[in-house]
Write a protein that binds this ligand. Structure first.
Ligand SMILES: Cc1cc2nc3c(=O)[nH]c(=O)nc-3n(C[C@H](O)[C@H](O)[C@H](O)COP(=O)(O)O)c2cc1C
Length: 126
């Protein structure tokens, strides 16, 4: 289950960038610039930060999907899930948003690629 815990954004406490600064990965002056922007973000409501968070998690998911492929594992994006039921099972609070369920396993079959439009039919020259 791939989720976003938004409490860090809402409380405005520790941020990932501050952690990176503390361990010396990112220079202090860069941390300060980014944190100035983060403070603005913290003031945003969930409607505004929601899409950004979802995109961040989606990027992470695609990295997991591609890495799984390196090990010949198959995956499938699943959005058709009962989110409330899942949250109950894991006892997640309202600050945890489910982005997708990604089952991982060894494929039982190798179906032919589905029919695709030709690239010329998708991108037309003007
Ligand atoms: C955001 C997202 C949600 C999806 N949700 C489901 C799902 O709930 N159940 C499912 O079987 N496949 C789901 N898929 C997989 C798609 O149905 C499809 O298999 C995948 O996008 C590849 O399709 P294509 O080969 O036609 O490009 C989802 C894919 C994406 C990107």
């Amino acid at each position: 289950m791939c989720c976003a815990d938004i409490s860090g954004y809402l409380e405005g406490s520790e941020s990932g960038i501050q952690d990176l600064g503390r361990i010396g990965v990112v220079e202090d002056r860069i941390v300060n610039i980014i944190c100035a922007n983060l403070n603005e973000k913290i003031k945003m409501n969930i409607k505004k930060i929601g899409p950004r968070i979802a995109v961040n998690v989606a990027i992470a998911i695609e990295h997991m999907v591609l890495r799984a492929l390196d090990f010949e594992l198959g995956t499938c994006w699943i959005r058709a899930i009962d989110e409330e039921e899942v949250k109950k099972i894991f006892a997640w609070d309202e600050n945890t948003f489910i982005i997708a369920l990604i089952p991982v396993g060894y494929p039982h079959e190798s179906p032919m690629p589905r029919k695709r439009l030709k690239i010329e039919d998708i991108i037309k020259n003007r």
